[in-house]
Design a protein around this ligand. Structure first.
Ligand SMILES: [Zn+2]
Length: 174
């Protein structure tokens, strides 16, 4: 099984199976936080010019990939999955608007991106709940210069009106 499962035009029952499979192999919130902090420290360090894009990309590729993620090509499929996961309408619309703001900026640069849902288990002494972290994923076109990469990355992260905790961490303002 791939660490990130691609979802593409599955029927609803098939989608629900993929959601349950991803939940079953989801990392704990501790593992998720640790991994995200590494990733965001790296992004921040690249944005500040402390490392080159080559170092940034090779070190990012070396970071351990987490199990329990689903990937979607389109906004309607991403939306359908969030609904199937059981998000209340208001929160769902907030997530869609936020991630779509990132995606619009990505597409403005002619880059094809995807939407991701990373599941993780929140373990406390009396509960065992599943949380999700939504995000967008993309790569830079071949030939993008170092300076352009830094600018594009920053613009994509800064795109939503209300920045998330993780957006702020990447920008180094958290
Ligand atoms: Zn964001």
């Amino acid at each position: 099984m791939e660490k990130t499962e691609r979802v593409f035009r599955e029927t609803l029952p098939e989608l629900l199976v993929k959601i349950e499979s991803a939940k079953a192999v989801a990392p704990t919130n501790h593992e998720f936080d640790k991994r995200k902090k590494q990733e965001f420290a790296l992004t921040n360090s690249f944005l500040k010019g402390e490392i080159t894009s080559q170092e940034y990309e090779s070190r990012e590729a070396e970071l351990e990939k987490l199990h329990g993620a689903l990937e979607f090509s389109t906004l309607p499929e991403f939306s359908r999955a969030l609904k199937a996961i059981g998000f209340p309408k208001e929160l769902l619309e907030e997530i869609l608007a936020h991630e779509n703001a990132h995606m619009n900026r990505i597409e403005a640069y002619g880059i094809t991106g995807t939407y991701l849902v990373q599941f993780y288990k929140k373990l406390t002494s009396d509960t065992k709940s599943i949380n999700i972290h939504p995000e967008v994923s993309y790569g830079f076109p071949i030939g993008t210069t170092e300076v352009e990469k830094r600018r594009i990355l920053k613009e994509i992260i800064e795109a939503p009106e209300d920045l998330s905790y993780y957006d702020k961490m990447q920008l180094g303002i958290k």
